[in-house]
Design a protein around this ligand. Structure first.
Ligand SMILES: [Mn+2]
Length: 306
């Protein structure tokens, strides 16, 4: 039996790393030959979560490794290290973006706040128990993606599972969320490249390569103070990375607002057209916007696809 590699998107976030790890464990418990991998370096929040529960982070996929991939937390090939002919399963909570395969595959996408929600749901459906550490990790995945159940992507299932997992893991979600957000907001020693691209996602809209970088923070001070440097960096990087459009959003986790930076005039015009934002000199203030998946990507995709 060929080894099945369970893997999240490039520029991995907490949800994608944890859903891959626990889903691979679930497959193993079912007797399948499965292993979790990550598609890039982890961020500080993910690092904090794994060290808190003293769990191992899945190792980085190596060049040319694997023939069979199970994708979690993404279904867009542009965001994947897997070639489309190697994909034999998808578990996700993002919009569908036209993955074409030459055979039938496992494919499950539900409109919930995190992929960890779906992993836990599958465990429950299969009657597989979740131990204390696994529950803690899954809880962290839900908290991360739903900004502790405050994101507009949050569903009743996320809320119910959050409480169940909190009981099993004996972790208080609010106290833990605070620590996670602190780790997420720690910018010390980080370059602009890391801050802007550690959680960037690439999309293909209307034949165009569109990249949306995101950062989440409890304080916008750094971003406002460095708005000029950020703008210049975006402009320079757009050329280097050969993308047709580049945006960068910073979510204020506390107030649920987003500062949205265009790389150049073209992107500035797009933001003017598709978002109701307050235009500042270097960025737009998008009030009550906190989700790339639900509030930023859909209007951009609609704009470019037309
Ligand atoms: Mn996710």
């Amino acid at each position: 039996m060929k080894e099945l590699i369970v893997i999240g998107h490039k520029n991995p976030d907490t949800d994608s790393v944890i859903s891959a790890k626990i889903l691979a464990l679930l497959f193993e418990k079912e007797g399948r030959n499965a292993v979790a991998r990550i598609a890039g370096e982890i961020n500080r929040e993910t690092e904090f979560v794994f060290s808190y529960f003293k769990e191992d982070v899945p190792s980085l996929i190596s060049e040319g490794e694997g023939e069979q991939f199970f994708l979690v937390d993404h279904n867009e090939i542009a965001q994947s290290v897997a070639k489309k002919e190697m994909v034999c399963g998808v578990l996700d909570h993002h919009m569908l973006s036209g993955l074409k395969t030459d055979k039938a595959i496992f494919f499950r996408v539900e409109e919930v706040g995190s992929t960890c929600t779906l992993v836990y749901k599958m465990m429950k459906e299969k009657g597989i128990d979740c131990d204390k550490e696994e529950a803690g990790l899954l809880l962290a995945g839900i908290i991360s993606d739903t900004l502790n159940l405050n994101s507009p992507t949050t569903t009743t299932e996320d809320i119910d599972f959050c409480y169940e997992l909190s009981e099993i893991s004996k972790v208080d979600p609010n106290g833990f969320a605070e620590k996670m957000f602190e780790a997420k907001s720690d910018l010390s020693g980080r370059s602009l490249e890391e801050i802007i691209f550690r959680d960037a996602k690439e999309y293909e809209f209307g034949g165009k390569k569109v990249v949306v970088g995101m950062a989440e923070t409890t304080s916008l001070v750094y971003f406002i103070e460095n708005k000029k440097e950020i703008s210049e960096f975006l402009k320079k990087t757009k050329k280097k990375k050969e993308t047709d459009a580049l945006f960068f959003g910073v979510v204020d986790i506390i107030k649920s607002n987003t500062l949205f930076f265009p790389a150049e005039e073209d992107e500035r015009d797009v933001i003017r057209e598709v978002f109701q934002g307050e235009e500042k000199d270097e960025y737009f203030l998008l009030k009550n916007v906190s989700s790339r998946k639900k509030e930023i990507v859909p209007p951009l995709s609609k704009f470019y696809d037309n």
